[in-house]
Design a binder for this molecule. Sequence first.
Ligand code: 4NP
Length: 152
Amino acid sequence: MRILMVCLGNICRSPIAEGVLKFKAKQHGLHWQIDSAGTESYHIGEPPHRFSQKICLLHGIDISGQRARKFVVADFSYYDKIYAMATDVYNEIEQIGGRQADMNKVSLLMDELYENENISVPDPWYGDEAGYAPVFDMIDKACEAIIEKSIQ
Ligand code: 4NP
């Protein structure tokens, strides 16, 4: 199972999602490949935002080794499942893929908890540190749901 978490910058939300799902998969002995990417180029090569790193560390998860990369068309064929953190990200993924976009593989992360309600993980980039805790909690619950479904 190969899973890709996607947001805009690949420095705030999707690095948390990558770190949390990796952590949970390992706890359950699931040998999944889990990565993340962004639909924008601004932060390519950068480590996760310091507040994303901080909230993950608070939960025992070290994401400092991650580096931002851009989502590419080849990701549609390589990954089994692609999770968009938000509806704008979902649309960007579709646009980047063009005719090669395999949208059957793509869903909103929050659909794992609230199917068809079109819920986005809010973008904490423009806010302060307080925004990162609720973002972590949403991502954590959705990742827990992914694990639960897979081990049923
Ligand atoms: P992310 O947050 O998509 O959760 O990584 C953002 C980070 C940077 C920007 C936008 C969103 N930006 O515009 O630079």
